[in-house]
Design a protein around this ligand. Structure first.
Ligand SMILES: Cc1ncc(COP(=O)(O)O)c(C=O)c1O
Length: 382
């Protein structure tokens, strides 16, 4: 029996409809989209269809979507590409202290090349303060990059309000939406963003494909040089099967969004209620309402998350961010939210998906409750 998968923020399985849509592009439609013959045209038509599907999900225009090799690459292109194109205007970038490494490390790299970075702090729920943002803006500020939803605790930032501030001050605004696209509505006009990153494997498309939305008129320098694919912003023969997969995943997401959101929320609440009923002193991390409907980040005081996870091999979840699940340094997100080291050490992220069942959750609750209570030497709470 396979473990119950409660780690959908780490990655999702490829939707069978997505896999089916991709298959012909691995076999019969193998052409290079740049070729002018029939084979090339089949491939380039498929890439353009996918571009339309991605654009439609986030209310963008087709020519505002650049395909990339994933969420990290989209963030690199947005931040480094915009910084390079705006060097004359200034060298100051504002971000938050709870970004994914795919933003934090990009900013660190820019720091070594003469850019100045301000990291905004967050409150106990993981939300930035808009006054702090306004105060951080200086004449040389060129870019604000703040994530839409956090991968560890699921907290959703006030992105529309950030966008309004950025627009007022004539500063570009990028948001890393790797975790929000597919889980909550994402509309680039409501959010008032100039750039937005998407990661395919978080929304039932394959790993290694993503997209960057770039508002018309936003000037970027390409980061991968070569031929002129992707509006001359990302060189390399297009990854046609995966791009087709990402497009299909976006189409499915648009169709099933409401149903998926409702289902994930029900599963997550079932999980939380079950854990609360069976375990004493469990602590919820992240905002109670402004949070992804699938994410439950909880601390079990007095027990180590790594011990819990290794003792319950029938449940797959994650201690801290999935990217570093082999070691449990206290995550920078929990630190920024001011969790004490003792509490942070006992923190697990559970994240449900559209294919999670209520039966899965019922079984998982039993396993988690028994494991935590055994490890903490407590009997089951009544
Ligand atoms: C918020 C966030 N940004 C970016 C990424 C990186 O995306 P990818 O794995 O497609 O490079 C992730 C993946 O963990 C993420 O959660």
């Amino acid at each position: 029996m396979k473990p119950i998968y409660l780690d959908y923020n780490a990655t999702t399985p490829v939707d069978p409809e997505v896999a089916e849509a991709m298959l012909p592009y691995l076999t019969e439609h193998f052409g290079n989209p740049s070729s002018s013959h029939w084979y090339g045209k089949q491939a380039s038509k498929a890439v353009e269809t996918a571009r339309g599907q991605v654009a439609e999900l986030i209310n963008a225009a087709t020519d505002e979507i650049i395909f990339t090799g994933g969420g990290s690459e989209a963030n690199n292109l947005a931040i480094k590409g915009y910084a390079a194109a705006s060097r004359e205007k200034g060298n100051h970038i504002i971000t938050s202290s709870i970004e994914h490494p795919a933003v934090l490390e990009v900013c660190k790299d820019l720091e070594t090349r003469g850019y100045r970075i301000t990291h905004l702090l967050v409150n106990e729920f993981g939300i930035i303060n808009l006054h702090d943002l306004e105060k951080a803006i200086i004449p040389g500020t060129i870019l604000i990059t703040i994530m839409h939803a956090n991968n560890e605790v699921g907290t959703i930032q006030p992105v529309s309000a950030i966008g309004r501030i950025a627009r007022d001050k004539n500063i570009a605004f990028h948001t890393d939406a790797a975790q929000s696209v597919g889980k909550i509505p994402v509309d680039i006009n409501d959010l008032q963003v100039d750039m937005l990153s998407i990661a395919g494997h978080k929304l039932y498309a394959p790993k290694g494909v993503g997209a960057l939305y770039v508002r018309r008129g936003t000037n970027l320098h390409k980061q991968i040089h070569g031929a002129a694919q992707e509006f001359n912003l990302r060189a390399g023969t297009e990854n046609v099967p995966e791009i087709v997969g990402l497009g299909k995943a976006c189409e499915i997401m648009k169709r099933d969004k409401q149903k998926n959101m409702r289902h994930m929320l029900q599963c997550r609440e079932q999980l939380y209620k079950g854990l609360k009923a069976g375990i004493q002193n469990i602590k919820l991390n992240g905002h109670t309402e402004k949070r992804l409907p699938n994410t439950l980040n909880t601390s079990f005081p007095g027990v180590k998350a790594s011990t819990i996870l290794s003792s319950m091999t029938d449940v797959a979840a994650s201690a801290g961010a999935a990217c570093h699940s082999d070691h449990i340094d206290i995550s920078h997100v929990l630190k920024a939210m001011n969790l004490s080291p003792e509490i942070a050490m006992g923190t697990i992220r559970f994240s449900v998906g559209k294919t999670t069942t209520h039966d899965d959750i019922e079984k998982a609750v039993n396993i988690i409750v028994n494991t935590v209570n055994q490890l903490s030497g407590k009997s089951i709470k009544h």
